[in-house]
Ligand binder design. Structure first.
Ligand SMILES: [Zn+2]
Length: 88
């Protein structure tokens, strides 16, 4: 798995390889499952789903997984669009 370096914003620094961080182990080994749940909750709050009555805390795991899948598809579609624009 690769991710953009949040420290140098893909410029390149001592903590990355030319702006890219390569993760070879499961990220959950670093942060633990509980932290992962909170990260997911923050992502959902960013998207307007608040952890209030009727909000994130009462949504089923299945619904949240589906929402994440849809958002990932949106990101991929945006990336494809942007790469097509760059080629023109
Ligand atoms: Zn860096």
């Amino acid at each position: 798995m690769e991710m953009s370096c949040p420290i140098c914003n893909e410029v390149g620094c001592n903590d990355c390889d030319e702006g890219i961080i390569r993760i070879k182990e499961c990220p959950l080994d670093y942060i633990g499952y509980d932290a992962c749940k909170y990260v997911k909750m923050v992502e959902l709050i960013d998207k307007g789903m608040l952890p209030v009555s009727g909000g994130v805390l009462e949504q089923s795991h299945k619904f949240i997984s589906i929402a994440e899948f849809v958002w990932a598809c949106e990101v991929r579609a945006t990336e494809r669009q942007n790469s097509r624009k760059k080629r023109k």
